[in-house]
Design a protein around this ligand. Sequence first.
Ligand code: BG6
Length: 286
Amino acid sequence: MPISASENTVTITHQSNSNTSVSISLFGATTLSWKVNGEEKLWLSEKAILDGTKAVRGGIPIVFPRFGPPNPDHAATKALPQHGFARNSKWEFLGQVDPHSAQFGLSPDQLTSDFEKQWPFQFKAILTFTLKETSLDLKFEVENDDTKPWDFTFLCHTYFKIPEISKVEVDGLQKVTYYDQLTKKSEVRDSTVTFDQELDQIYYDVPSQLRIKSENTKLFKIQTNSNLSDAVVWNPWIEKSGSMADFAPHDGYKNMVCVESGHVKKFETLLPKEKWTASVEYTAEN
Ligand code: BG6
């Protein structure tokens, strides 16, 4: 059975390789596990809270309708928590599209009354996950079901599992302008992104293909379509990860890197009945 559903988790297993699978929680439609030929490709905290009372620390949380902390100057989203409500809401399993694809939906009907008050707009969002032999494809579609326009940003907050952060580099962001969330400065990078301390940077207008490598071995290819033109690169390192109660083990920062494809440079405005689609394909290359 390629797609199986338990109470809160849906698992797609590859038809020709039972060791290749993806598991998605209804809480946040968060991918909890992506295995290629038996090997886990996503980092999930040992203390991740999986009962929907908090966003999952690890896997692929979905950030919508705002990225980052609330901005008091942005009236429509200023009441929302950091990274919006999609990752904290219970999505509906809509069923399978084909043996390797499953869909999840979110609309105001599933939001808590607090979220509904904080973001009082009608919308319909659909996430489609497709499992391939060595790839995982995520497609996000959102429609404005309201009579007035609304704004949003979107991001896939992907925690890749890696062998050792100090040996890892993110390739493809050379010559791209980024905003450093720690120094609060904008800069242009001339080399690949490497890690020897906490790093939290937003890259704007990035190439559609990025790579995560370890000592020249390709680990992951990240291929986006045109609507995911930004990328956040994040590793909390020692102090910040130590301050997060749901981050474990304490040295888990060595085995994770977030390379988050998104649309975050500016808010996108959707007019009534308008739709917006974005997709990203992750390929495990090793
Ligand atoms: C990243 C942000 O996307 O998410 C960081 O750039 C933030 O600033 C990180 O710390 C984790 O956020 P959260 O809300 O899941 O702890």
